[in-house]
Design a protein around this ligand. Structure first.
Ligand code: SF4
Length: 439
């Protein structure tokens, strides 16, 4: 009997990419993954509710799957991820052709839920949040053959309750995975050809609390970095308040740790940071950047910015612009504030008009493009170690790789270099990438 076909649509963050891979891995004894929904027997949509746009995309995409189900009533459709967690039974009521609604914790029960649906049971909603939920280590090969990069989740949930963020409500409270499971998963990935691993968590710097066996995040970095054959290790996301000297020193002391840190600042105004419940001031953030650059001068920094948070004045906004000029990030990820369900900030009355949010976003992006270009131009002429990830997105006949500082580099070269670390001479700089040639 030929294997059944699975199509997974993934929205949003790296955590969701990891969860989608786990879904494919859990189901691979019965399903092969296909690239489109038309021929699939099982369609899973992994949703994100961090931004409003991702939610809208879900409703328009799932609408398309309704037609497929009308044509093929045996098709099973499941919606997972944060929107599923947030909406639960409401999704099943609003979209009655769905078979399964499951949250980020519920995904590990997918094989049983699918069997139940195949056995004729009615729609299933698995959106319970366990306080002591631990991410299991799923043994077995990866569904995708020999990927160069892979994620390993080291913790689940978040206890920080930033006032704009839905994560603690949809992914639950913070729990660290045992270091032994993380190490086993990393070693198994490297055995299968993975060269670069990114340790994932909402707040990796607080790793080691509940479930982490007291090892601490710096200890975990050192432990995973020693997996034989691992070319590069990265991690994301860091909360500035929990970034300690021990982790900063890893950038100097751990040879295969990528010299790049994503350190979300969100705003340069102390008043706004206070209302966001970020638990650091502009001064404390800048001091951490200074210490980090003292310890590891060639580190690259990226950040997240929210424009138009409730109550943000022109003066607050200019503090953010000043901070960007002072730090000179390599890249930023900037978004207009949008109220998310359950969050405290959704109840703030001093909302900023959409046109002001959009204008501020454009101003920030324009400023950052100039900074990024300037920083990238300074790399022209340098020889850099680049890990080749695969074909270039712009031109599939070329290659795409990444430097230790996480710059994307496009270059001509043979496909046989995919997965190899090569030396590249940087010849051209753009806002979001570099171009070079093999040395
Ligand atoms: S640290 Fe704040 S922004 Fe990050 S996941 Fe936790 S609550 Fe959300």
């Amino acid at each position: 009997m030929s294997a059944k076909k699975l199509y997974i649509a993934t929205f949003g963050c790296q955590m969701n990419e990891y969860d989608s891979l786990k879904m494919a891995q859990l189901l691979q004894n019965e399903y092969v993954t296909v690239k489109g929904p038309e021929e699939a027997d099982l369609v899973l949509v992994n949703t994100c509710s961090i931004r409003e746009k991702a939610e809208h995309k879900l409703y328009s995409l799932v609408g398309r799957f309704r037609d497929l189900k009308s044509a093929r009533p045996g098709l099973i459709i499941g919606v997972g991820g944060c929107v599923a967690q947030q909406e639960g039974e409401r999704l099943l009521k609003g979209l009655p052709f769905l078979d399964i609604v499951f949250g980020p914790q519920g995904l590990y029960g997918l094989p049983d839920m699918i069997k139940a649906i195949e056995g004729g049971e009615g729609p299933i909603c698995a959106t319970g949040l366990g306080r002591d939920f631990a991410i299991p280590f799923i043994k077995g090969p990866l569904p995708e053959k020999r990927p160069v990069r892979a994620f390993v989740t080291i913790m689940q949930g978040c206890d920080n309750f930033c006032t704009y963020c839905v994560v603690p409500y949809v992914r639950g409270r913070e729990t660290s995975r045992p270091p032994g499971d993380i190490l086993a998963e990393a070693a198994s990935l490297v055995d299968q050809g993975v060269k670069e691993i990114t340790l994932l968590g909402q707040n990796v710097n607080s790793y080691g609390g509940k479930g982490g066996e007291g090892i601490g995040f710096a200890g975990l970095i050192k432990m995973v970095s020693q997996v034989p054959g691992l070319a590069r290790l990265r991690f994301t996301t860091s909360h500035p308040k929990d970034l300690g000297i021990d982790v900063m020193e890893c950038f100097r002391d751990v040879p295969n740790l990528g010299r790049h840190l994503h350190l979300p600042v969100q705003s340069g105004s102390d008043k706004v940071l206070g209302r966001m419940h970020r638990h650091y001031t502009r001064g404390e953030y800048l001091e951490k950047v200074r210490r980090l650059r003292d310890i590891c001068p060639d580190i690259t920094l990226t950040t997240d910015i929210i424009t138009g948070f409730p109550g943000e004045t022109d003066e607050d906004f200019s503090e953010t612009l000043k901070l960007l000029k002072e730090v000179e990030f390599e890249q930023i990820f900037a978004f207009k504030y949008s109220p998310r369900p359950f969050t405290k900030a959704a109840g703030f009355k001093d909302r900023i008009p959409e046109d002001v949010k959009a204008r501020r976003l454009n101003t920030i992006l324009e400023l950052q493009n100039n900074i990024s270009l300037k920083r990238h131009e300074a790399l022209c002429g340098a020889n850099m170690d680049v890990l080749i990830e695969g074909p270039s997105k712009a031109d599939p006949l070329e290659l795409l790789g990444r430097t230790s500082g996480n710059h994307a580099v496009n270059l001509p070269g043979p496909k046989g270099l995919i997965g190899r670390m090569v030396t590249v001479r940087i010849e051209k700089a753009f806002c979001h990438s570099l171009r070079g040639s093999l040395v």
